[in-house]
Design a binder for this molecule. Structure first.
Ligand SMILES: Nc1ncnc2c1ncn2[C@@H]1O[C@H](COP(=O)(O)O)[C@@H](OP(=O)(O)O)[C@H]1O
Ligand SMILES: [Mg+2]
Ligand SMILES: [Mg+2]
Ligand SMILES: [Mg+2]
Length: 353
C-alpha cells in the first residue's frame, strides 16, 4: 500500500530545498535597491518574489489543479517603475529553475537545465498565489521568505510550504538556511529542513534533503522552560510574555528569533513554548505564517492553540481570522501556559476597569 501524501511530501522537500539555495544566494548578493516596501510598510526583497515565482512554477507542473495561497503578488512588479527589480527577479528565478540538482526533480516536475521561463510566465506564477483560501478542497500555502526582516539582518528566516486539505494542514515543510543543525553548536553545520505529514510524525533533514531524523518535543521542567518569541516587538507582545513568564515562575530568558524557525526549534526541543500574542487591534495572522509550523508542532507531540484554547482555523481564507494569539508548546505544559495566558489577560482587563 502506498504511503498517503508521499508525492506531496517529496515535492515539497525538493521545492523548499531549491528555494533555500536561491534565498542563500540572494542574501550573499543582495544590494540596496533590491528591497521594496509593501503597502503595509513591511519589506519584500527580490528573493521573496523570485522564490515564490520558482516554487509556484514547480507547483503548477506537479499539481496543476491545486490553487495556491501565497504571500506575495506581482502587481508592483508589472508597473513600469518595477523594471529593474523585475529583471533581477526573473534572472534569479530562472537560475534557480535551471539549477542542476540531483533528487530527480527534472524527471518528476520538468525543471532543471533548460527550463527557462518568460517574464510573463514568471509574473503569472507569482500571481497563482492569489487564491482566496477557504474551507474546502486542496490548496498550497507558501511564504517564500518568512521573517524577511531576519533575512535582511542575516538572522533567522524560513522558506515555508504547506498543503491544506478541507481546512486541515496535511503536509508542512520549512527550510531554515541559517539555523544550526544542532542549536548548541552554532559553529557546526548550519541549515536544515523540517518536514511533517499529518499522522506520520515530524523530521529534521539536512539542507540537501538527506538524513531524515525524527524529532519530538521533550518533557519540560520549570528550570528549562523558556519562551521563543519574535524579534520584532510589533509582531508579538514581549511585555505580555514577560508577565506570563512571571506567573509561571520561568527563570530562563526568552529566545528571540525571526520566522517559523521558532516552531522548528520548539519541535526539536530547543525552547519550551512559542508565545505570540497580538500587539494591537486589527492585524490578522496569515495562514502562511503558521500552517507548516503548527503541523510540525502537532506531529512532534505538541499542541498549538490560540489564547482561548481553540485550534488555529486554516479554513477561513488567507488569514486565521480575528487575532487571539498563538500558543505552541509541548503536551505536558500547554495547559499550564494557556491558563497563565488567560490569567494575564484577566489581570490586564481588570486593571483597565
Ligand atoms: N502586526 C503584526 N502582528 C503579527 N505578525 C505580523 C505583524 N506584521 C507582520 N507580521 C508577520 O510577522 C511575520 C514574521 O514573524 P516573526 O516576527 O515571527 O518573524 C511576517 O512574515 P514575513 O516576514 O513573511 O512578511 C508577517 O507576516
Ligand atoms: Mg512579508
Ligand atoms: Mg511570513
Ligand atoms: Mg514572507
Amino acid at each position: 500500500m502506498s504511503v498517503p501524501l508521499a508525492a506531496e511530501k517529496q515535492f515539497a522537500v525538493a521545492a523548499v530545498r531549491r528555494a533555500c539555495l536561491l534565498t542563500s544566494f540572494v542574501f550573499n548578493k543582495l544590494v540596496k535597491n533590491e528591497t521594496l516596501v509593501k503597502g503595509d510598510k513591511s519589506p519584500v526583497t527580490v528573493g521573496d518574489f523570485a522564490t515564490q515565482a520558482m516554487v509556484n512554477t514547480m507547483l503548477a507542473r506537479a499539481f496543476p489543479d491545486d490553487p495556491i495561497v501565497g504571500e506575495e503578488d506581482a502587481s508592483d512588479l508589472r508597473a513600469e517603475s518595477g523594471t529593474t527589480v523585475r529583471e533581477r527577479i526573473i534572472e534569479l528565478a530562472n537560475d534557480a529553475l535551471n539549477a542542476d540538482l540531483e533528487l530527480g526533480d527534472k524527471a518528476s516536475w520538468g525543471i532543471g537545465p533548460g527550463s527557462t521561463q518568460t517574464t510573463d510566465a514568471l509574473l503569472d506564477a507569482i500571481d497563482r498565489g492569489n487564491f482566496a483560501g477557504g474551507r474546502t478542497g486542496r490548496m498550497w500555502t507558501i511564504d517564500p521568505i518568512d521573517g524577511t526582516k531576519g533575512f535582511l539582518r542575516g538572522g533567522q528566516y524560513a522558506v515555508c510550504l504547506a498543503l491544506i486539505v478541507d481546512g486541515i494542514v496535511q503536509v508542512g515543510v520549512i527550510g531554515c538556511p541559517n539555523l544550526p543543525a544542532v542549536w548548541t553548536q552554532p559553529r557546526g553545520d548550519v541549515g536544515c529542513i523540517f518536514v511533517a505529514v499529518r499522522g506520520q510524525g515530524a523530521q529534521q533533514l539536512t539542507l540537501s534533503g538527506a538524513s531524515p531524523t525524527p524529532i519530538s518535543i521533550p518533557l519540560s521542567t520549570p528550570g528549562t522552560l523558556n519562551f521563543l518569541e519574535s524579534v520584532e516587538a510589533a509582531h508579538a507582545d514581549h511585555g505580555f510574555n514577560e508577565r506570563v513568564s512571571k506567573l509561571l515562575g520561568i527563570i530562563c530568558e526568552p529566545t528571540r528569533m525571526d520566522s517559523q524557525a521558532k516552531y522548528c526549534c520548539l519541535a526539536r526541543g530547543d525552547g519550551g513554548a512559542y508565545l505570540r500574542m497580538p500587539t494591537g487591534v486589527g492585524y490578522k495572522e496569515k495562514i502562511w505564517d503558521h500552517a507548516p509550523g503548527s503541523l510540525l508542532i502537532e506531529e512532534a507531540d505538541g499542541i498549538v492553540t490560540d489564547s482561548r484554547g481553540q485550534s488555529l482555523d486554516f479554513g477561513l481564507g488567507r488569514t486565521l481570522g480575528e487575532n487571539y494569539g498563538v500558543i505552541a508548546a509541548g503536551k505536558d505544559v500547554h495547559a499550564k501556559i494557556l491558563a497563565a495566558v488567560q490569567q494575564a489577560n484577566t489581570e490586564i482587563a481588570n486593571a483597565k476597569t
